[in-house]
Structure formats: C-alpha cells, structure tokens
Design a protein around this ligand. Structure first.
Ligand code: CP3
Length: 333
C-alpha cells in the first residue's frame, strides 16, 4: 500500500508520510530556471513534458512520499473559456465571466483545452521512481473557484461588497463548476492520480450562515463523487472556524489544517486522519526552531493517523536545505 493510503485507509499511526503544499515551485532553483524561460504560467501548466518534469523536481531532491501534479486550480475556469493570466507580483487575473459562453461548453471542449494536464499525470504515474509513492490530483473547491471567477482576482481579505448581488448567476455558475470539476477529477484519476485534494482557500471568507450553501453542500457532492470512484479525498477548507462541523457534514477521508488551527483541539474534535498545520514561516527560521515546531505536531498526533505537511503553501523564499531538514526530522521521529 502507498504511504498516504496506509494513513488514510488503514489508519496506520506508526509513521508519518510527508509531502508539502506547493512542493513544486519557486523555492527550487531548478523550477525558477524553467519558469524564467516560460513566462506564461498557463502555457507552462499545459506543456506536459515540462509540467511532469517540474512535478518530479522535488522528488528528485527529497525523500517525499507523494507527488502533487504541477498545475493550478484556475485551470478549471481556463478550461471553461474564461481568460486566466498570472501577472508577476499580482497573482491571477481573470477575464470577465460570460455565463452564456460557459453554459455552452461541453466536456469535449473542456478536455480539449486542458488535456495536457492528464498527459502529465500519466507520464508521472509511469515514472518508476514513484512506484512506492502517491500521486495527488487536486481541484479548487467550487466556492474558491466561484470567488476567482466572479472576483476576477484574489480577494485578499474580503469579498467585493456586491459579490452576492446576483444570486441566480452565482448558483448557475456553482452548478457548472461542480459539473466540470467532476470531469476534471475523473480524468485525473483515470490517468493515475490516487489521492485527490480539494483546496478551499477562501472558505474562511464566508459568514457561518453561508457555509452550508456555498461550502458544505457543493464540497459534499464532490467528496461523494470521489468516494464513488474508490479514491481517498483530502479537504483543505482554509481558515474556517469550525473544522469539526465541516468534517461531520462533508465527511472527507482526511482533513488538512491551516496553521491557525490548534492541533490539540482538532485532535479532540475529529476522528478522521489529519494532515498539515506547520506554519510555512517556520521554514524561514533555524534548524533548532524547526525541530521544536515540527516535533510539536508529531508529538500531538503520535497516536492519530497523521500526514505531515504545512498549514499553507511553502514560501518562495524558503531555503531548500530547510526542506531537507524538515523531511529528516519527520522521517527520524
Ligand atoms: O506543488 C504544488 O502544490 C502543485 C501545484 C499547485 C499550484 N497551485 C502551482 C502554482 C497547486 C496545488 C496550486 C493550488 C492553488 N492555486 C491554490 C490553492 C492553494 C492556495 O495557495 O491557497 C490557489 C488559491 C491557486 C491560485 C493561484 N495560483 C494563485 C493565487 C497564484 C499566485 C500566488 C503565488 O503563489 O504566486 C498562483 C500561481 C501558482 N500556482 C504558482 C505555482 C507554482 C506560482 C507561479 C509562478 O509565478 O511561478
């Protein structure tokens, strides 16, 4: 059995597999090298020779237990025909959302636009170095994708005042997102992804009363779909206040926690395997502090199925040596 499956399916507590959110990214000089020659991020994601190479870069360097495919959650709106660009020092910039246009897209159009992602997964899954590792496919949660598609950029701290103005539009788009996310998930699994993570980066922006409609129900639909395909699903509803309620309702196979979550509290609150938590900023400090902070999580979760990870993506200014250190700390625990 693959390392993440041992924890998620068998509930094995005797070891802690490790992978790192954004492990294929800008803190690696070999990534920056490729990125420099490929200024268009979307095109890079769609170049399956390069995206599979980038996916494998961190695994060549480090003893990680899983590969996460180099792509982006915003490939979904891109596949639906919405303009998506990444501007340096700004982040994603999306074009105007045209409901009429995206209503006419079918699965064939969608797959035609983004199929190199699936080819990259296939290629990675055939790499013998991954025989004993997991391959993580991923999607953005419907809510987080809705935020980007309507807001057309990262919302930072809060949503535009008139975000919920057109409820008809929002609910139509949510249904379209959900439908295409299912295609996207199925294609990733058919090409070799054996775990799916759902990133809900902006779940924390919602008031409690809006969670059922925009987070719980659409995510539950996806979780049930992924379970029906017999693949474990990890949810990462970043910065929500009530992880227990989320787990009770959505019932993912594992829950990824952000660095604001109190690990002792979540241990009491949920029964399912837990992932993540460590503040990525700790990797910018020194070895001693890293050991202390990483050990805190390992100690607290020593009798609970636990996958080591960060509480958010690794920061671009991280020294790769600190990643090496972290992996050794976790493996030698
Ligand atoms: O290694 C991995 O984790 C796999 C690849 C991956 C990327 N994005 C590559 C990427 C994954 C899993 C994502 C998820 C993603 N993308 C999320 C959810 C997680 C989170 O960060 O909250 C979100 C919200 C996005 C949207 C997105 N993509 C933003 C906001 C940005 C700009 C901010 C940033 O970090 O630069 C991106 C760009 C992006 N996606 C980069 C990478 C490696 C940086 C691209 C570059 O400039 O080189």
């Amino acid at each position: 059995m693959k390392p993440l499956h041992k924890v998620i399916i068998e509930k094995n507590c005797s070891f802690n597999p490790i992978w790192i959110m954004r492990q294929a990214g800008r803190y690696l000089p070999e990534f920056r090298e490729i990125r420099k020659k490929n200024p268009n991020f979307i095109n890079l994601c769609l170049n399956y020779d390069l995206s599979s190479e980038i996916t494998l870069q961190p695994l060549k360097r480090f003893n990680l237990d899983a590969a996460i495919i180099f792509s982006d959650i915003l490939m979904l709106p891109y596949g639906l025909g919405q303009k998506v660009e990444f501007e340096k020092n700004f982040g994603p910039k999306l074009g105007e959302l045209d409901l009429n246009k995206i209503s006419k897209i079918d699965e064939v159009d969608f797959v035609e636009k983004i199929h190199p992602i699936y080819k990259a997964i296939k290629k990675v899954s055939l790499d013998p170095s991954l025989d004993n590792k997991n391959i993580i496919g991923f999607v953005g949660a419907p809510w987080t994708l809705l935020v980007y598609m309507i807001n057309q950029q990262s919302p930072k701290k809060k949503l535009k005042e008139n975000f919920f103005k057109d409820e008809y539009l929002i609910n139509r788009i949510l249904l379209i997102i959900e439908k295409f996310l299912k295609f996207h998930i199925k294609n990733q699994i058919d090409n070799g992804a054996n775990v799916i993570q759902i990133f809900d980066s902006w779940a924390g922006l919602l008031e409690e009363k809006d969670l059922p409609n925009y987070v719980y129900t659409p995510t539950l639909n996806l979780v049930n779909y992924i379970k029906s395909l017999k693949i474990p699903v990890i949810c990462f509803p970043r910065e929500i206040k009530n992880y227990k309620e989320f787990c009770d309702i959505v019932k993912p196979d594992a829950i990824s926690i952000d660095y604001n979550v109190d690990p002792k509290k979540i241990l009491k609150d949920v029964q399912i395997p837990i992932q993540g938590g460590l503040d990525p900023k700790i990797l910018l400090s020194d070895y001693k502090n890293l050991k202390k902070e990483a050990s805190k999580y390992l100690d607290i979760f020593k009798d609970h199925p636990y996958i080591f990870n960060l509480g958010h993506g690794i920061l671009p200014e991280t020294n790769p040596e600190m990643v090496e250190n972290l992996i050794k700390i976790v493996k030698n625990y």
